[in-house]
Design a protein around this ligand. Structure first.
Ligand SMILES: Cc1ncc(COP(=O)(O)O)c(C=O)c1O
Length: 395
């Protein structure tokens, strides 16, 4: 790699730890007690967790007893899905969009494999923008058997598409179903009020909002925790649903990171402006570069840009940008090593000619207009050298 300044534009994969979170964690480093111990060290740790929990629930619009600390969003999604399937008796239907993260669709597949006669799964169709087809969801809810768990990702990790979760929640509740939403990409990037969203459970992860890695949470609406089975057995932390000694400093760091995100709401507008700058720059050169599409529709996360270039090899493009210090990705980091390609791009019916040419730019708090100018210059320079197929005239 050439010696050049690195520019990080992969903020959907993970985000840099913010200094405020680092400072908060340093302050509690010496408070090493086990929160379950009945002495002053234990009380101190217990108090720190209680304060962090209070802060988080205030920011997320829920109550302290509705928030379970976990190690990450993957664990939270597993706890919600597996926990529900194990606890709820009788015939079950699992309904989910084909654009879910692997930490949602893989536990669903595992549950069906385990009990194929009792548990069935159904795909909820999405439109080419990635938005849920509500008519088809209505149909599925009326025609699927037994008790229903519906999983809909609030903000998609590859496209940035946002769902009308409130409308979906109403529909699911009309059919007495449970709505789980993977909110991992949305928390810290949008105003979230979990009660107002109407979801029954929701997952998130601190490293997506400038907090530490290895800590996340699961929201479970009041009174519904009894409908989840624990996945691990041990102590009675986190209402028995997530045993194990709590990671006090990570919890404190996560609460601080979320507080900073909400305080700095202007960052969201900033990310949106940089997104517009990138798109405007590309459109200004559209005559000289291969045809391209902006995926994900109008209702999208402020800093997520999914672009597909016709007959371009995105692997080579990502490598080229990396050699010049620009860090972006082709899509989900969790699927980067996979040979099966993107379930998300399959679901939105992206034409074949664009499939291999899809990249994701994840703009975050620390990006600047100069970063966008730099990626634009490199992108356009690279793309101008690619053969441009003339757009087919519509007859
Ligand atoms: C939408 C979504 N859900 C879940 C996850 C998993 O998060 P974690 O790495 O915290 O397990 C990710 C991470 O890429 C994600 O983007």
């Amino acid at each position: 790699m050439k010696r050049c300044r690195r520019i990080y534009l992969d903020n959907n994969a993970t985000t840099p730890l913010c200094p405020e979170s680092v400072k908060a964690m340093r302050c509690v480093d010496s408070k090493f007690g086990n929160a379950s111990s009945h002495h002053c060290y234990g009380f101190e740790a217990h108090d720190l967790i209680a304060k962090a929990r209070d802060k988080m629930v205030r920011l997320l619009g829920c109550s302290p007893h509705e928030l379970i600390f976990t190690s990450c969003a993957t664990e939270s999604n597993n706890l919600a899905i597996q926990g529900w399937c194990r606890k709820v008796k009788g015939q079950l239907s699992l309904l989910y969009t084909p654009i879910e993260h692997p930490s949602v669709f893989n536990p669903i597949r595992a549950m069906v494999r385990l009990e194929p006669k009792r548990i069935t799964r159904h795909h909820i169709r999405v439109l080419p923008t990635g938005r849920v087809d509500l008519c088809q969801l209505r149909f599925l809810l009326s025609h699927s058997r037994g008790k229903k768990l519906v999983c809909v990702i609030l903000a998609n990790h590859e496209l940035g598409t946002l769902q009308d979760i409130r409308d979906i929640a109403q529909l699911v509740h009309k059919h007495k179903g449970w709505l789980h939403s993977d909110c991992t990409q949305a928390v810290g990037k949008l105003t979230i009020n979990l009660h107002e969203l109407g979801v029954d459970s929701a997952s998130f992860s601190a490293h997506k909002f400038n907090g530490p890695k290895g800590i996340g949470g699961l929201f479970v609406r009041h009174n519904l925790q009894k409908k989840l089975d624990q996945l691990m057995f041990g102590g009675n932390q986190e209402w028995l649903l997530r045993p194990g000694t709590e990671g006090v400093s990570a919890i404190v760091g996560m609460a601080k990171a979320l507080e900073v995100c909400v305080r700095r709401k202007f960052d969201w507008a900033h990310s949106h402006q940089l997104r517009q700058q990138l798109l405007a720059g590309l459109y200004a050169h559209q005559c000289d570069i291969p045809n391209f599409r902006v995926n994900g529709g109008m209702q999208s996360l402020p800093g997520t840009v999914s672009l597909s270039f016709e007959h371009v090899d995105a692997n080579k493009l990502v490598m080229y940008l990396n050699e010049h210090g620009i860090c972006i990705s082709r899509g989900s980091a969790c699927k980067a090593a996979s040979k099966t390609g993107s379930n998300v791009l399959d679901a939105i019916d992206l034409p074949e000619a664009y499939r291999k040419g899809t990249i994701r730019v994840g703009i975050g708090r620390y990006n600047t207009p100069a970063h966008i100018r730099r990626i634009l210059a490199l992108l356009v320079g690279y793309l101008k050298k690619q053969p441009k197929k003339r757009r087919q005239r519509r007859k």
